[in-house]
Write a protein that binds this ligand. Structure first.
Ligand code: SF4
Length: 146
């Protein structure tokens, strides 16, 4: 009689239904936890959302080798520095009485300081920065090329 009453009680029927479902509740909770894990919380970036690639460090700028200053013209024998050094555009014009060490085989083109290219009529010389000296010239600073 009493069991019948229990069967008919809507509240009891609800409790029974709850108890029947209880064993499955922990499994459902675990499934929810797995669904909320960190892996799921951190979305995998799509290729379009991927961070931009880090640019490789820039290569150092090439360093230009030291060069002679740009030359603008030939050294004039009347130039003060040229006169001081006895520069002449042709070695045969050197003052032999004043420059006793001068030799007819000494030319700017075979001087250690000459920076011109072989075969050119003139080239740079650090004694006269910014100007060119004659390849056939000479001055008292002539030094034998090694
Ligand atoms: S230092 Fe040498 S290259 Fe320069 S002017 Fe004199 S002889 Fe010529």
């Amino acid at each position: 009689m009493r069991a019948f009453a229990v069967e008919q009680d809507p509240a009891m029927s609800s409790r029974r239904r709850f108890i029947q479902l209880m064993p499955a509740a922990p499994l459902a909770g675990a499934a929810l936890l797995v669904g909320c894990s960190d892996k799921a919380a951190t979305p995998t970036p799509r290729p379009s959302q991927a961070p931009p690639p880090v640019a490789a460090p820039a290569a150092p700028a090439p360093v230009a080798p030291p060069t002679m200053p740009a030359t603008t013209g030939l050294v004039s024998p009347s130039d003060l520095q040229a006169r001081t050094l006895g520069y002449v555009p042709l070695t045969g014009q050197a003052d032999a009485s004043k420059y006793t060490s001068h030799a007819a085989t000494q030319f700017c083109s075979n001087c250690a300081l000459y920076a011109g290219r072989r075969g050119e009529a003139s080239g740079p010389c650090p004694i006269f920065p910014g100007r060119r000296v004659s390849a056939q010239g000479w001055c008292s600073r002539w030094a034998k090329r090694a």
